[in-house]
Design a protein around this ligand. Structure first.
Ligand code: NCD
Length: 321
């Protein structure tokens, strides 16, 4: 499907072809960034960031990406400074931003918020995370990082570990992986944090076999070790969080004892205590590279969705679902 004018809401809406086109564009952006010759493809455009939930990397890498391409950025990163604090509805807030900008990036604690925004707005909407449901641009970034490090996504062994229940990055990465042919996808988590059935069934029905493994076994077989933080803010009961807090920890010692040479650790970040800083200076560390690639990847996304050829913004969206 053409990228121009498209909403980016659900990771299942992107074919392998779509993703390959995105990654090729991100490669171009990376070259331009390192040569200091980025073309101002989005001169005169305005990108809005509506972040109703905390964020560092997603919001700031979108903003950096937009600015590198010559766009202006408006928006907010907390409800306190906006009329939401006066009781304005989510829908009205989105309507206002739609009138002020050419594209809206939304993050919200409620599942379905980005989809609702896309229905209300004429401008394309990008989901920057909705509850524990989707985080499509993080999954794009994760796969782009893997492709950059290993040359391909196909044929690799993946281990996803940690909070598989509430981490939206995990659900989105698994869903997006169904467009590729990994050699294996292994899961390891404390029993309380196992993948939700609805995600498992969805992913398996689209041909990806998931194997639950003990952590050490997963580490010894994985090329890509994807670590996630326990999503404390998603627990309905904090006592349940206290029971699993600190229940897994990836350390340099553990990796040196079990992981393959050449294996890479990815993490969407932020980390708390599940990935110790002594991994930072090892050959396993790829999470800082991953975070940095967020800028070229999101430049690619913005330029494709907004049309980088200097043509006027598209106000009528092509139907996506
Ligand atoms: C993630 C998120 O917001 O889902 N962060 C991010 O976007 N890089 C992961 C997390 O918060 O644990």
């Amino acid at each position: 499907m053409p990228w121009r004018g498209r909403d980016v809401i659900d990771p299942r809406e992107f074919s392998r072809e779509d993703l390959e086109a995105l990654f090729e564009r991100a490669d171009e952006m990376r070259k331009e960034l390192s040569a200091g010759s980025v073309k101002r493809r989005l001169d005169g455009r305005i990108v809005a960031t509506a972040f109703f939930e905390p964020s560092t990397r997603t919001r700031l890498s979108f903003e950096a990406a937009a600015k590198r391409l010559g766009a202006d950025v408006i928006g907010f990163s907390a409800e306190e400074g906006t009329s939401v604090a006066k009781g304005e509805s989510f829908v009205d807030t989105i309507r206002m931003l739609d009138g002020y900008s050419d594209l809206i990036v939304v993050r919200h604690k409620y599942e379905g918020a980005a989809m609702l925004a896309a229905e209300v707005a004429q401008a394309p909407v990008i989901n920057g995370g909705d509850g524990s449901q989707h985080h499509p641009t993080q999954a794009m970034l994760d796969l782009y990082t893997v492709r950059t490090l290993f040359g391909a996504v196909d044929g690799l062994n993946f281990l996803l570990l940690g909070d598989l229940r509430y981490a939206r990055t995990v659900a989105s990465l698994l869903r997006m992986l169904t467009a590729f042919r990994p050699a294996s996808v292994m899961l390891s988590s404390p029993p309380q944090l196992r993948l939700r059935d609805e995600v498992r069934e969805d992913v398996e029905s689209r041909g990806l076999k998931l194997i639950e493994v003990p952590l050490e076994e997963g580490l010894s077989r994985a090329d890509v070790i994807y670590v996630t933080r326990i999503q404390r803010e998603r627990f309905p009961d904090l006592q349940e969080y206290e029971k699993v807090r600190g229940s897994y920890r990836v350390t340099r010692r553990l990796l040196e004892a079990y992981a393959r040479r050449g294996a890479k650790v990815l993490h969407p970040l932020p980390r708390v205590d599940e990935l110790t800083p002594d991994v930072d200076n090892t050959e396993f560390q790829a999470y800082f590279t991953q975070a940095r690639l967020g800028v070229p990847l999101r430049m690619a996304l913005l330029s494709l969705v907004l049309g980088a050829d200097g043509s006027p913004p598209l106000r009528a969206k092509p139907p996506t679902r």
